[in-house]
Design a protein around this ligand. Structure first.
Ligand SMILES: NC(=O)c1ccc[n+]([C@@H]2O[C@H](COP(=O)([O-])OP(=O)(O)OC[C@H]3O[C@@H](n4cnc5c(N)ncnc54)[C@H](OP(=O)(O)O)[C@@H]3O)[C@@H](O)[C@H]2O)c1
Length: 213
């Protein structure tokens, strides 16, 4: 397949790029600084920002499916990356295709995400983690979910709790309703493996899906 990747230079984006190449897919990556991107020699690189519609259109040319692992640099600043970029990506896909997008989101994107947690944990995570420490990332992900779910695309938003750089466990819990009980962490490697599987899996089309160890 021809895969377009947004956020390919990020921690999860690099894992997705690596996995796409290993699986024999052709990759186009939109990156701001190609000189720092370790896969520049092996992928079609479009240099530019995800806030630029023409760079997005160029990235999507010829793509069969899209991965997004975009995100802000700092959790403590309002960078508005997803509220600015995702509507542009979705708009371009709705006009020119492709239809399939698998986006990395986060467990904080929906008010029902903590419904399967014990009451004390629900209170701590919502009131302290989501409302205070991760206020801006959560707002970004709420916006991403709204944009994807309002689209006519074949979208899937993969919603993990905290990400780590640990090796893949190869097994994890997934749930379409809420974050599984006491789920608090998963590695980017496991998330990237699950996102890769979605290229050929229709189970989570038009849905958000929680993933955690
Ligand atoms: N950290 C966690 O524990 C956690 C938990 C759950 C969900 N998430 C979500 O997972 C996603 C990815 O996380 P990560 O740690 O893999 O991210 P990351 O390493 O911070 O990577 C973010 C990527 O987005 C790119 N980007 C940002 N603004 C851009 C723009 N205007 N144009 C083009 N590219 C842009 C960055 O490019 P540059 O290389 O040019 O900066 C980078 O490739 C984020 O949305 C985050 O909210 C994170």
């Amino acid at each position: 397949m021809n895969i377009a990747i947004f956020g390919a230079s990020g921690a999860t984006g690099k894992l997705l790029t690596e996995r796409c190449l290993a699986a024999g897919h052709a990759v186009t990556a939109l990156v701001r600084t190609p000189e720092n991107f370790p896969y520049s020699a092996r992928v079609r690189v479009v240099k530019g920002s995800a806030f630029d519609s023409s760079a997005i259109a160029e990235t999507l040319t010829g793509a069969d499916a899209v991965f997004s692992a975009l995100g802000a640099k700092s959790p403590f600043k309002n960078e508005d990356v997803l509220p600015r970029a995702v509507p542009l990506i979705v708009a371009a896909m709705q006009v020119h295709g492709p239809r399939r997008i698998i986006a990395l989101g986060s467990a904080g994107a929906l008010p029902t995400s903590l419904d399967k947690q014990p009451a004390y944990r629900r209170w701590i995570v919502q009131k302290i983690v989501y409302n205070v420490f991760l206020k801006y990332p959560v707002l970004e992900q709420i916006s991403q979910y709204k944009t994807l779910s309002a689209s006519t695309l074949d979208w899937t938003m993969v919603m993990p709790p905290m990400l780590s750089n640990a090796p893949a466990h190869g097994h994890y819990r997934i749930d379409g309703e809420a974050l599984p009980k006491n789920g608090s962490m998963i590695s980017r490697s496991d998330v990237a493996d699950f996102m890769m599987q979605q290229l050929t899996n229709e189970q989570w089309l038009g849905k958000g899906v929680y993933i955690t160890w």
